[in-house]
Design a protein around this ligand. Structure first.
Ligand code: NAD
Ligand code: UFG
Length: 347
């Protein structure tokens, strides 16, 4: 049992991770500015875990509030989820990405340094591998960025590696997520995208629930078995248990990069069919030209995470779709939906 300070803990991956941490007996502090989340997610986590979370509303770029919150928490470790994550938005407005993701991480490192907290788990992304040169993608694959969002993750990773070089008694785990999907099996917490989702599974789920007319499939002429893009989808609860293992298993001193994926890729059409099966709905779709910046196929090498974290993703595509669907139809408008209805009907 330890105390974990979770930045961005009110968001999609954060809520699922807070639940795993509480269920494993850890004490949890969440620090979030609620720019892409609401308090309801954390309230539902508390309900599921039958435990409590101390919540501090704050921005990771606000160094003095952050330092005060870190001191108050008396935490041993930090999981840093807070940041922005939409590739398209980062192209249109790069500076807010540099500010939230790079300045945010820099401010957090300074606050940790000032308060003597030396253990950090950082949310990175498979986007730091750029165009895959070999598959599966192992952690030693060359790094590059193809958009401002990816560049902010790469800069933050480099900053962490440089910091560790200067302070080798730190313990830094950089987790590179592949494509997180799904929701907790209760249907009470899940992804709550604002506006039109750009990611595949939230979009499919909104078509299934009747919020959108059809899915646009970006490209059916890729060199993949059915011509549509292939990705490594990972259930968000598996991702959350990966963070729990990083907190519990990684011992100092080290700075390590680990992929969190399943090691298996599925095409857009395979995901669409699996979602149709899980929801009992037909997903109308139409093919369009490739989306700029997309790669044909991307999936993780998983052996390092398996051996170092003694962890592997357990939930298959069928479970990912079933759980995502349960969340979507109990909460058609995300956390803004009827709270009593979702709670009453949750399993
Ligand atoms: P999310 O938007 O649901 O959660 C991020 C949380 O951080 C939100 O609660 C938001 O309010 C908060 N936040 C944002 N900026 C903040 C700031 N300046 N100060 C304090 N809080 C702030 O996103 P998520 O999907 O849970 O992603 C979590 C992390 O994982 C992000 O860093 C993201 O880049 C990374 N990641 C996500 C994916 C994905 O597909 N979801 C893939 C790879 C990496
Ligand atoms: N797709 C469609 N139609 C849609 C949405 C997606 O056909 O409406 C296709 C894409 O072309 C791609 C696949 O579905 O082939 C997956 O697309 P996502 O947008 O769900 O995911 P990406 O792999 O493009 O991007 C995700 C995250 C990024 C991260 C990247 C690498 O959104 O933040 O994985 O890890 F950088």
């Amino acid at each position: 049992m330890s105390t974990v300070f979770v930045t961005g803990g009110a968001g999609y991956i954060g809520t699922h991770t807070c639940l795993e941490l509480l269920q494993a007996g850890h004490k949890v502090f969440v620090y979030d500015n609620l720019s892409n989340s609401s308090r309801l997610g954390l309230e539902r986590v508390e309900r599921l875990a039958k435990g409590s979370i101390e919540f501090i509303e704050g921005d990771v770029r606000d160094g003095s509030t952050l330092e005060h919150a870190l001191r108050h928490s008396q935490c041993e470790s930090v999981i840093h989820f807070a940041g922005l994550k939409a590739v398209g938005e980062s192209v249109k407005n790069p500076l807010i990405y540099y500010d939230n993701n790079v300045v945010g991480t820099y401010t957090l490192l300074n606050a940790m340094q000032a308060t003597g907290v030396k253990k950090l788990v950082f949310s990175s992304s498979a986007t730091v591998y750029g165009e895959p040169q070999s598959l599966p993608i192992e952690e030693a694959h060359p790094l590059s960025a193809t958009n401002p969002y990816g560049r902010t993750k790469l800069i933050a990773e480099d900053m962490l590696r440089d910091h560790f070089h200067a302070y080798p008694d730190w313990n830094i785990t950089i987790l590179r997520y592949f494509n997180p999907v799904g929701a907790h099996e209760s249907g009470l917490i899940g992804e709550d995208p604002k506006g039109t989702p750009s990611n595949l599974m939230p979009f499919i789920a909104q078509v299934a629930v009747g919020m959108r007319e059809k899915l646009n499939i970006w490209g059916n002429d890729y060199p993949t078995p059915d011509g549509t893009g292939v990705r490594d989808y990972i259930h968000v609860v598996d991702l959350a248990t990966g963070h729990l293992r990083a907190i519990e298993k990684i011992m100092p001193p080290q700075c390590i990069e680990l992929n969190l994926g399943t090691g298996r890729g599925y095409s857009v059409l395979e995901v669409l069919r699996a979602f149709e099966e899980a929801s009992g709905k037909t997903i109308a779709h139409e093919f369009f030209p490739r989306r700029s910046g997309d790669v044909a196929a991307c999936f993780a090498g998983t052996k390092h995470a398996e051996s170092i974290l003694q962890w592997r993703a357990e939930r298959n595509l069928k479970t990912m779709c079933a759980d995502h669907w349960r969340w979507q139809h109990l909460n058609p408008a995300g956390y803004a939906s009827n709270n009593d209805f979702a709670i009453k009907n949750a399993t």
